[in-house]
Structures are given as structure tokens and as C-alpha cells.
Write a protein that binds this ligand. Structure first.
Ligand code: 16G
Ligand code: MG
Length: 540
């Protein structure tokens, strides 16, 4: 049995756990984005995540773990919680199982037993240091969930710091800063101001000598991104950039993500409700925790044009590839996409830009890991979540490069500043916003010129409720169904009938449903293909 310190910890856990009873009959699962559901069902889950975070930190010799309380683009009554690993990355997949196990423990005693069992199985010394930092978005259920989290951390005897209200990527940044603070490559100052300073300084260097960009209007989804962007813009200064923030009512909690924000704009393929855009000006929408961004504009006929994650990826990849070519540094840029990437974007990257593409299953952790395999890995989901990773060895190459002329020197300086401007831990809407603005000002492009690089194929995404979504198994990065057996043959037969047709079916990782994606040469055909493939699922 455990030593006295462990025994005391276990009795504290049992005691505190009685204050955070698990609602009966609910099955929890740590999914692609952590736990996410109605805020009112999360008290016990967040308490238990506190316990897990404490263990995770102990397992990693006291390195700091992050806990973010947010439900991103979900409706205001939802909330969620996820863990951040020491380098600012998503929680290691093998630990998702423990998270799910803790969340579902039926009784306080069972929870305590599982806590001890995990500690013993992983040889975690319960007496060793444990460090956790956390933050939340603007949701009404946030403060009570923070209180539950603190109880969990206290019960497990972890040291913690409350970073209050932050965007998700800001917390990822802070976690990485803390854990690299004493290394030879510190990531930055582990504070919100450190984050603003790093991005604003880098933006000014990247755009040095370029004309001040036209004003950009940003829909902040009435979430945490609004006030943070305002502060970031203030740090940059109006000599360099003007940002007009709309949908910035963070106190009207019921308006969060309501008829606005990145998810609304991307899935509905239309403007946030109430926005009256001027033609050919650049607009952007963030999601509720500011880790996604999509851009758009209207033309002279007031027609809406979306510039999504695929367009951001190709813009970034072109710019970086060209800078590398000018600098003469020997580095390769690659792009990581998912099955949702528009067929035109993949064709453009491969045929025109000659940039290699890797396709991975949906979910940031898959894209992130694949991007780490390139010297410079650009990854974006079509929904606007993404970033650009510079490998450690690329950074060393760039830092030690001896330029032969001022042109080369400029290109290397810009590349190094881009690596500072772009959040290296996770997709970050604020950092991506500055990246896009900087590239457009280098190219002296407006949104229309950017959009003209290639034309998206019309596409349709349909959500289909089935009896058992786990019966849907895929391979080839979710592009082909292996089970239910025989279904893929029928999909293939339908797809063949459409010019530039492509379609796939995958089980959602966040909802009890499957998703059908279809694209084709015309709007009508894309819609028809989506309907026909969805029809194949009837009765399943
Ligand atoms: C989660 C993922 C997002 C993905 C989405 C797909 C993270 C942090 N988030 O929100 O990347 O696009 O799930 O949802 O990984 P789906 O599986 O329901 O289609
Ligand atoms: Mg989000």
C-alpha cells in the first residue's frame, strides 16, 4: 500500500470528490477536442481532469501541463476541457484513455483507486512535484468549472497558476514558454504580455518597408478573441495596422458564436448576420476560443467569396517557398491537409506550386505530427485551424546562414521573423491573421487577387444520423470506407458519374453522427452527389 504522503493525497481526493459528484447515467469520452458537452454536466469531469493533469506533470518530472476550459465554436451553454502537453502540444493520445476512465468512475472510491492504479502502472511518485497552469474562455459556466479544477489540483497536491481568461493558443504558448524557459531555445516570456510582444515585434519586422495594410474587419464571434485582438493591435500600433473588431460583445454571453464566427461562416458559406461589407475589402472571422480563422470578401455584385484554411495554406506555402528560394537556404516546405481539403487546392499545390502534400485523418494532432516531418510544415484544416511549423534543424540552418547579398539576408530575416510570428504550438487565429496580412502586404494583394490563385470546387457537407457511427471504419486518411463492407463500391460508382467528383464518408469524432463530404464541378452536381451518397446510408 501507499506511503503516508500518497495515503494523505488519496484521502484528500476522496474527500474533495464528494463535492463534485458525477451525474448519473452520463457516459463521457475524451475526444478529438477533449471533453465537450453541456457546461452543466462538466463539474465532475473538470475536477477529475485536475487530478489527471497533476499525474501527467508528475510523470514528466514536474514539467508544466496546461488545462484549457473552452468549448470553442460550440453554443454558449456548452463547455469543455482539454489538456496541453509540455511543448504546447495536444495531450499524448495514450493518456486520453485515462481521462475517459477517470471521468466515468462511478464513485469517489473508484476514482481514487483508478488514480492510484494509474500512478502505480506508470511508476509515478505521488510525492514528486507537479505543475499545472490553466485558463478559460468567456463562457458563463467557466468560473464554476475553474473552481472544480482548482479543487482537483489541490486534492492532488499540484502547484498551479490561474491565467484567467485567454484564447486557447495563448495558453499553449504559455505552456511552451514555461517548459523551454531554462533551455537553450526559450520560446518566449511566459505571460500574456510576452505573447503580445513576440507577435507584434515579429509582425513589424516581417512587414518592414511595406505600405501600411488596408484596414481589416474581424468578427470575433463575441468571444475571447475580441479583447485579445484589441490588445494585440494596440501593441502593434496604428502606425502599422488598423483592425476593426465587430461581434465583440463578450458580456452578452448568449451571443457567443451565434450567427457569426469562423464555424458559422465556413459551414453556412455566408457572411456573419448583420455584417454589411464593402466590396473587395478583407474580412475575417474567429471562433469562440480564437484557434480558427477564415477570411472572406464580397465583390462588386455583393457576391460572397470564402478564403478558408486551404487558401491560407497555399498562400503561406507559396510565400515561404519563394522566400526560401530567394535566400538560397536548403529547406523543403510541405503541406499537410485532410480529406476535407478542396480538390482544387490539392491540385494547385501539387501541379503549380510543386509542393509535397501529406494527407492525414481529421484532428489537429494528426496534422501537427505530420507537419513536424517537413523542414517547414504548413498545416491547415479547411475549417481554418492551422499553423506553420519550423523544425529545430531548420531554425538552426536559418540562424547560422551566411547570406551572400542583401536580398538573401532580407529573405532569411523574414523567414526567422515568420517563425516568431507564427504560433509554433497550435493553430492560432490571431497569429494567422497577422501572417495573412503580412503576406498580402508583401504581395500588394487584396483578397480578390489572393482568391484568384485557384478556384474552389463547389462542395457540400452533410451530417447524417445513423444507428451506430462506430460501424463506419475508414482507411487512406478517412478517404475510403472499409466498413460497412461494400458501401465504398457504391460511393465509387456514384462519384464516377460527376465531373471532378469526389466524396467520402467518415464518423464524426465530436458528435454522434457521420459526415458526408462531396465536391464536383458545379454547385448542383456537388449538392446532388452529397444527397445521393447520404441516401446510401439510409437505414444503416
Ligand atoms: C475537433 C478538432 C478539429 C476537427 C473537428 C472535426 C482539434 C483540436 N479539433 O474540433 O480539428 O476539424 O474536431 O470534427 O483537434 P468532427 O470529427 O465532428 O467532424
Ligand atoms: Mg476553436
Amino acid at each position: 500500500m501507499a506511503d503516508p504522503i500518497a495515503r494523505q493525497q488519496l484521502s484528500q481526493i476522496t474527500k474533495f470528490s464528494t463535492l463534485h459528484p458525477r451525474p448519473e447515467g452520463h457516459k463521457y469520452a475524451y475526444g478529438t477536442a477533449g471533453f465537450r458537452l453541456l457546461g452543466s454536466l462538466l463539474d465532475s469531469v473538470v475536477f477529475r481532469v485536475g487530478l489527471l493533469a497533476a499525474l501527467r506533470s508528475r510523470k514528466l518530472d514536474g514539467e508544466t501541463i496546461g488545462v484549457m476550459i473552452t468549448a470553442s465554436h460550440n453554443p454558449p451553454d456548452d463547455n469543455g476541457v482539454k489538456l496541453i502537453d509540455p511543448q504546447g502540444e495536444m495531450l499524448e493520445a495514450s493518456w486520453e484513455t485515462y481521462a475517459t476512465m477517470f471521468a466515468n468512475a462511478e464513485t469517489d472510491d473508484e476514482l481514487t483507486k483508478e488514480y492510484l492504479a494509474v500512478a502505480e502502472a506508470l511508476k509515478i511518485n505521488l510525492d514528486s512535484p507537479s505543475n499545472v497552469v490553466f485558463a478559460r474562455d468567456t463562457r458563463a459556466s467557466g468560473p464554476a468549472l475553474v473552481a472544480a479544477l482548482k479543487d482537483g489540483l489541490q486534492a492532488a497536491a499540484a502547484d498551479y497558476a490561474d491565467y484567467r481568461i485567454l484564447t486557447t493558443p495563448q495558453l499553449h504558448y504559455i505552456v511552451k514558454c514555461i517548459n523551454t524557459g531554462k533551455t537553450v531555445t526559450p520560446y518566449g516570456d511566459p505571460s500574456e504580455q510576452g505573447y503580445f510582444d513576440k507577435l507584434s515585434t515579429a509582425f513589424k519586422i516581417v512587414t518592414k518597408g511595406k505600405a501600411k495594410p488596408p484596414t481589416v474587419t474581424v468578427d470575433a464571434a463575441n468571444g475571447v478573441g475580441g479583447p485579445k485582438l484589441k490588445e494585440l493591435a494596440r501593441c502593434i500600433g496604428s502606425d502599422y495596422l488598423d483592425i476593426n473588431i465587430v461581434k465583440n460583445e463578450i458580456d452578452a454571453v448568449e451571443r457567443l458564436n451565434f450567427q457569426c464566427g469562423a464555424d458559422f461562416v465556413k459551414t453556412q458559406q455566408k457572411l456573419p448576420v448583420g455584417l454589411e461589407p464593402a466590396p473587395f475589402e478583407l474580412y475575417a472571422s474567429l471562433d469562440g476560443d480564437a484557434d480558427r480563422i477564415v477570411f472572406y470578401y464580397v465583390d462588386e455584385a455583393n457576391k460572397f467569396h470564402l478564403l478558408d484554411g486551404d487558401k491560407i495554406a497555399s498562400l503561406a506555402a507559396t510565400f515561404i517557398r519563394d522566400l526560401i528560394a530567394v535566400s538560397g537556404v536548403d529547406l523543403q516546405v510541405g503541406v499537410v491537409q485532410t480529406a476535407y481539403a478542396n480538390g482544387s487546392s490539392s491540385k494547385y499545390l501539387t501541379d503549380i506550386l510543386k509542393v509535397p502534400i501529406t494527407v492525414t485523418p481529421t484532428g489537429v494532432k494528426h496534422l501537427h505530427h505530420a507537419a513536424q516531418l517537413f523542414d517547414v510544415g504548413v498545416y491547415f484544416e479547411a475549417n481554418g485551424h492551422g499553423t506553420v511549423l519550423f523544425s529545430n534543424s531548420s531554425m538552426k540552418t536559418l540562424e547560422s546562414f551566411e547570406a551572400q547579398n542583401p536580398g538573401q539576408q532580407d529573405a532569411v530575416t523574414t523567414l526567422l521573423s515568420l517563425a516568431a510570428l507564427i504560433n509554433q504550438t497550435v493553430g492560432d487565429a490571431l497569429s494567422d491573421l497577422l501572417l495573412v496580412i503580412a503576406i498580402l502586404s508583401h504581395k500588394a494583394w487584396g483578397p480578390n487577387e489572393w482568391n484568384l490563385t485557384y478556384t474552389d470546387l463547389p462542395n457540400r457537407l452533410v451530417r447524417v444520423v445513423v444507428k451506430d457511427r462506430t460501424a463506419f471504419k475508414t482507411d487512406d486518411a478517412e478517404r475510403r470506407l472499409v466498413e460497412p463492407k461494400g458501401l465504398q463500391v457504391h460511393i465509387d460508382a456514384l462519384v464516377k458519374k460527376y465531373k471532378s467528383g469526389r466524396s467520402f464518408v467518415r464518423a464524426s469524432g465530436t458528435e454522434d453522427a457521420v459526415r458526408v463530404y462531396a465536391e464536383a464541378a458545379t454547385r448542383l452536381e456537388a449538392d446532388e452527389l452529397a444527397v445521393k451518397v447520404s441516401d446510401l446510408l439510409k437505414g444503416l
